[in-house]
Write a protein that binds this ligand. Sequence first.
Ligand SMILES: NC(=O)c1ccc[n+]([C@@H]2O[C@H](COP(=O)([O-])OP(=O)(O)OC[C@H]3O[C@@H](n4cnc5c(N)ncnc54)[C@H](OP(=O)(O)O)[C@@H]3O)[C@@H](O)[C@H]2O)c1
Length: 268
Amino acid sequence: MKLENAKILITGASGGIGKALSHALAEQNAFLVLHGRNESQLEQLKASLPYPDRHQIIVADLTQTADRAMLLQHPALNAGIDVLINNAGTNEFAWLEDQTETQIERQLHVNVQAPVLLTKAMLPHLNKPALIMNIGSSLGSIGYPGYSVYCATKFAIRGFSEALNRELAGSGIKVLYFAPRATQTSINSDAVNAMNKELGTKSDTAESVAREVVTALQKEIKRRWLGWPEGLFVRINGLIPQLVDNAIIKQLPVIAKFARATFQKGTH
Ligand SMILES: NC(=O)c1ccc[n+]([C@@H]2O[C@H](COP(=O)([O-])OP(=O)(O)OC[C@H]3O[C@@H](n4cnc5c(N)ncnc54)[C@H](OP(=O)(O)O)[C@@H]3O)[C@@H](O)[C@H]2O)c1
């Protein structure tokens, strides 16, 4: 899709990837609708973009039915939307037995229920042609210890993307799935960053992820996994998961050290 003058709604625009993506899309001369929960952060972001007056902000907690309804009534959506990017997300890095029900429910709600409900409600507001991009994760294809709930949410959103894209074939709406690997944003706790360092897990900057998202939108790439070797592991895990079982189980003592230390320090 040509992004110049396209109207793009980005959820979670105030986060690490969301901000970088907002800058990258503004540089393509798109009109942005920046969503988040923190109004002053969104105002700052808007002011930092080229031609701030082209862009609008919407403050909403996507887990709240009333907030989603308010978002749908917002004047920013009056002329329709060309691209919806479901980017807002959250995670907890902890053993399942150490997570509270609230932490588990929040991940399921923010990462699955909210984008699915928002996408359904947005369908009548989408111009034709339109793109929906769902931001997944390499952990949407590879089950990883300490991320059982997060993996469940990202596996779900990958399945949702694939099924909906097939369902909407010929409608003028395409659904793309985009999966970053570890990216340097505040979603990752100090424990996660320390674990990644010890395991030699590579990470990307939010700016480099944003550039790849722009390319995926322009080329309408249906499924994209970022990074080497993560992209290869995704494919091997799909074909011969036993091989990946063994590689990850070798890492288990290190993963457990960081996942359980975070819990014990009470930082969750
Ligand atoms: N960073 C990584 O390593 C990585 C890797 C793979 C995939 N991803 C995915 O990339 C996406 C962006 O993550 P990020 O790294 O940029 O994380 P981030 O910096 O923590 O940003 C998350 C964004 O989601 C928003 N959000 C969270 N809960 C919300 C709710 N209830 N209602 C509305 N908005 C909510 C946050 O808004 P507030 O500012 O109001 O909290 C924030 O704008 C997520 O889907 C994440 O799963 C990240």
